[in-house]
Ligand binder design. Sequence first.
Ligand code: NDP
Length: 325
Amino acid sequence: SSFVDVPKIKMLDGREMPGIGLGTYLGFDKNGVVKSIDKQLRDVVLDAIDIGYRHFDTASIYDTEAEIGEAIRMKIDEGVVKREDVFITTKLWNTQHRREEVVTAMREVLNKTGLNYVDLFLIHWPIGLNADYSYSDVDYLETWRGMEDVQRLGLAKSIGVSNFNKEQLQRVINEGTVKPVALQIEVHPQIIQKDLISFARSQGLVVLGYSPFGSLVMRYGMRFPGPRMDDPALVSIAEKYGKTPAQVVLRWVVDRHVVPLPKTVNHKRLVENISIFDFKLTDEEIERINQFNSNTRYTMPSFWQTHQHYPFEKVAKPIPDPFRG
Ligand code: NDP
């Protein structure tokens, strides 16, 4: 009844990516990464596939790969989709950055998901760490060689990077054998990423935008300054199109040629978030939303800011490292 046919975007390597992906990071608490209970996430993915989602964003550190794989295999067995209709993105964790570890990490993902390839494998961060989370001196160019190995072996069809800054991306482009096809970064009205998006796009990469709702939603159990769901500018644009402010923000991402990765575990919001391909913002409306920019990041691991490959601007008071307790 509410099936949405999502448009696809062509990547540099000739493959196609569905133009919206479902985020599957469930958060972080004092015990570490929040886990899915009683197959909750598997059931969300089953529902999402019925609604029209064909792209799932995960990472080894989210601990959601197994349930996503299980749901995809169930829908293939049911005959609802074929493997080639579904696009799964996952990410290499920082503690597996040595060249030979990358292939091992990828094989672990395939074991967990029960799939024989993933569509897109990203280096999650340019930051290499040892198993005990102390800094490693491994260069992300070495890691990139491992990503190229994974692709050569057919274990990931496409490869790319996440949380790399412009200089780091440029270095991979210059010195790698294979060019990354995708860059995943934080994109929402408070961090519009004009320069990095235009650089990546000028190089032919597809940009994926994480945390698309920015300050519109609660983060870490808190409300942060910035536009909310009742923001007058967003509400007036939403009313014009008969959409919600959440849909307007996701459409703003799409209209800036970025693939949004909204996370929800709620049926109604799954439908809401994907129902954005039947309208389009004007240039003036895009510019109005761009005005919220304050370069505010919600993902800013400042506890790694003394690492030689930390990608972001440094802050005066870094937060304690949650991985090291
Ligand atoms: P989002 O911007 O997707 O916000 C998620 C929050 O918004 C949840 O609390 C969700 O609650 C709520 N929500 C979702 N839809 C709506 C709606 N229509 N109306 C109101 N509230 C809504 O943030 P995330 O930080 O989760 O980012 C999305 C994804 O991006 C992640 O899940 C992950 O896959 C990826 N990511 C990647 C990172 C990286 O380093 N590469 C870093 C951070 C995220 P509910 O579930 O109850 O609907």
